[in-house]
Design a protein around this ligand. Structure first.
Ligand code: CP3
Length: 338
């Protein structure tokens, strides 16, 4: 078994850093697109067989040092009966987005262990097939709430921001509900077999700093505290992490995943050596031939050389247009130059 990722999470990795990529299972892989032709995204998420196959696809091709469960952060609001679908060229769409405080108070009370049983079944089927650690994940409450309010992807998060400004109480109620479900969800993933979890606060950079402190950070803290109590290693990914690193580090997560704006050595200096760092190649880099990919990867490898708690990743998810050869070149560069 390859446990480089777990070693890096414990500050004990030697040699080249472990590498995996956010969205490593997905549309840039022809073998993923082939399955996708015949199924809706939610059918794929609900089938333990398909989740197992799709999670394994990038490992077969590139031999990454970790698997990430194939699923989505929006299965939690789907379990809350918002009616999720993924439309071609549009992204996620909720049939019943939240429109008012009354909608928040009408959310059904659910048991995650039952409502998301299909995820836990998939983890149990997948786990024995792996010789690398398995990462589970969930969205952070603010990011998930924004999708529930916008009804799908949105550039400005206008409805979310206006709600937050005009009725912070009901917004906090929503965040509280999501926090509870997120904790239950991640603990149940761990009990089903994942080795560590990543929490995605993908929209943190949209918040003004006081809003980040009020609507994101305290809920991330609750999640990190609950997971650490269960000894579950937790990675926090946030866009804007280069500005927010000190606040996020103060939560004492196992690892911080840094977006491509961040200067890893200075973040390492300011957060100390008790926290693992993950990142942070710009995903756009991978739209280039291998020589360019390798040149840019080496900048990061040089910066973090010998750091026993560094995990190589992208600064955000891999782009669907990425050529598979560029990913291969990246992995080669890491194994040769670590
Ligand atoms: O990383 C992995 O390979 C594991 C699976 C995974 C998916 N989504 C699969 C997926 C993970 C970890 C996610 C996280 C996720 N989902 C986030 C946080 C990370 C980030 O990118 O900021 C967010 C915000 C979502 C919500 C979501 N899901 C959006 C906005 C979209 C559409 C836009 C896009 O990038 O595709 C999805 C769809 C989605 N999730 C796909 C995959 C493979 C593509 C679906 C398809 O095949 O049509």
């Amino acid at each position: 078994v390859n446990d480089k990722l777990l070693k890096a999470l414990h500050g004990q990795n030697e040699g080249h850093p472990p590498v995996w990529l956010m969205r490593q299972a997905g549309r840039y892989l022809p073998e993923y697109r082939k399955i996708r032709e015949h199924h809706t995204f939610m059918e794929m998420c609900r089938s333990p067989e398909l989740v197992t196959e799709i999670t394994l696809q990038p490992l077969r091709r590139f031999g990454f040092d970790a698997a990430i469960l194939f699923s989505d952060i929006l299965v939690v609001p789907d379990a809350l009966k918002l009616g999720l679908s993924f439309e071609e060229g549009v992204g996620p769409v909720f049939a019943h987005p939240l429109k008012s405080a009354a909608d928040v108070d009408r959310l059904p009370s659910i048991h995650i262990a039952e409502s998301l049983k299909y995820v836990f079944d998939a983890i149990k089927m997948l786990k024995p097939e792996l010789n690398v650690p398995l990462l589970g994940f969930a969205g952070a409450p603010f990011t998930v709430a924004s999708y529930m309010i916008e009804g799908g992807s949105s550039k400005e998060l206008r409805n979310t921001k206006q709600w937050m400004l005009r009725d912070p109480d009901s917004f906090h109620r929503l965040l509280g509900i999501l926090t509870k479900h997120t904790i239950d969800y991640l603990i149940e993933q761990y009990r089903s077999g994942v080795n560590a979890v990543q929490v995605f606060e993908s929209w943190a950079q949209m918040l003004a700093y006081p809003q980040f402190k009020e609507f994101s950070l305290p809920y991330l803290k609750k999640i990190v505290d609950a997971l650490k109590k269960e000894h579950i290693p937790v990675i926090i990914f946030a866009r804007g992490s280069s500005l927010l690193a000190d606040d996020l580090a103060a939560l004492h997560p196992t690892c911080l995943s840094i977006d491509w704006n961040g200067n890893l050595p200075s973040i390492r200096q300011s957060v100390g050596d008790k926290i693992s760092l993950q990142g942070n190649l710009d995903p756009e880099t991978l739209l280039n031939p291998g020589t360019i990919v390798q040149r840019e990867a080496r900048r990061i490898l040089t910066q973090m050389k010998g750091d026993p708690s560094f995990i190589f990743n992208l600064g955000h998810g891999i782009l669907p247009e990425t050529p598979v050869d560029s990913v291969k070149a990246l992995v080669d560069a890491i194994r040769e130059n670590g």
